[in-house]
Design a protein around this ligand. Structure first.
Ligand SMILES: [Zn+2]
Length: 320
């Protein structure tokens, strides 16, 4: 008997696959605008380990993990590097594959990219509009969160707490267009000459949450076994994925929700993240440490480079 901790129920549950002997599993992958840091690597290693354990137990595992290859960060990174969004995506997808291979992480069965699924994303959004779960506003399309019964069930929050959270993080350009602050963007109308695709609502690009609903159900079916990701994704990203997918299909989206913890840094146990600037990239660590032969590589480093190059590594035993 195999048990997993399901974030949805906050309990360890016996794992029962939909199809005997098979595990269909989706894990949110990186936004490919930079090298991954060791916090990102932790998620990749955690789910690679889970996948391998299922395989060791004799299951066939379909493991789908996406690349977010268009969003605000991608557009900003392309502008700063004076290049295009697809070029930035290609560069950092190649770097991701190189870094994760060095860490002995197996490639997923499928690594779909958001920009390769624009047609499917548009028809998914159209289905939500047709059902009254989404509305167009000035070239954007938003999800009517309050209409989805059970919104907040994954992150165990009530709707009033969500309103407070949403108003603190609201994009000022979206305020006037939303019916409700907790609504979120499915489609974003193009601003200026930024990368865009034709749609029934004019030129634009998908919001972040919709791509995972589309790619997971496209490759794994309306209901699949396991959805995973870092615990910081539970709200709002995974909550929104559930709302989008279950509103469209009328079926349970994922049976088990698995989340990995953070790599923390310093005495404050601060989460390692790009936005906090406290990160160490896998790319940089690999210059000095052989991940498959850690002990001897570690020995070869001088004390100065250990403390200068890898401050975050010293805190690794504190992983919670
Ligand atoms: Zn996702």
């Amino acid at each position: 008997m195999l048990k997993v901790f399901n974030t949805l129920t906050r309990q360890k549950e016996v794992f029962t696959p939909i199809t005997s002997g098979m595990v269909n599993m989706y894990v949110c992958g990186p936004t490919v605008y930079n090298y991954i840091h060791i916090g990102n690597a932790r998620s990749a290693i955690a789910f690679d380990t889970i996948r391998r354990y299922f395989e060791y137990k004799g299951y066939h595992v379909n493991y789908v993990s996406n690349f977010t290859d268009v969003d605000d960060k991608m557009i900003k990174a392309a502008k700063e590097a004076n290049t295009t969004v697809p070029e930035i995506a290609d560069r950092f997808i190649a770097a991701f594959m190189e870094d994760t291979t060095a860490l002995n992480i197996e490639p997923a069965t499928k690594h779909p990219r958001a920009t390769e699924n624009i047609k499917e994303i548009i028809s998914f959004i159209q289905a939500l509009v047709a059902k009254g779960y989404a509305y167009e506003a000035d070239g954007d399309v938003y999800y009517r969160a309050r209409k989805f019964e059970g919104y907040g069930k994954l992150s165990h929050q009530n709707i009033d707490e969500l309103e407070v959270g949403a108003s603190q993080h609201v994009d000022p350009t979206e305020v006037d267009r939303k019916e409700d602050p907790i609504d979120f963007a499915l489609w974003k109308g193009a601003k200026g000459d930024e990368i865009s695709w034709e749609s029934p609502w004019g030129k634009g690009r998908p919001g972040w949450h919709i791509e995972c609903s589309v790619m997971s159900t496209k490759y794994l079916g309306d209901t699949f076994d396991i959805h995973g990701g870092g615990q910081d994704l539970a709200f709002p990203h995974h909550e929104n994925e559930i709302a989008q997918s279950e509103a469209k299909t009328g079926k349970t989206f994922a049976n088990y929700w698995l989340h990995n913890g953070f790599v923390t840094v310093g005495d404050e146990n601060e989460k390692m993240s790009k936005s906090l600037g406290n990160f160490v990239t896998v790319h940089d660590i690999l210059k000095t440490v052989d991940p498959k032969c850690c002990a001897s590589s570690w020995q070869r480093l001088s004390t100065a480079s250990r403390s200068n190059i890898l401050p975050a590594i010293w805190k690794m035993p504190k992983i919670t």
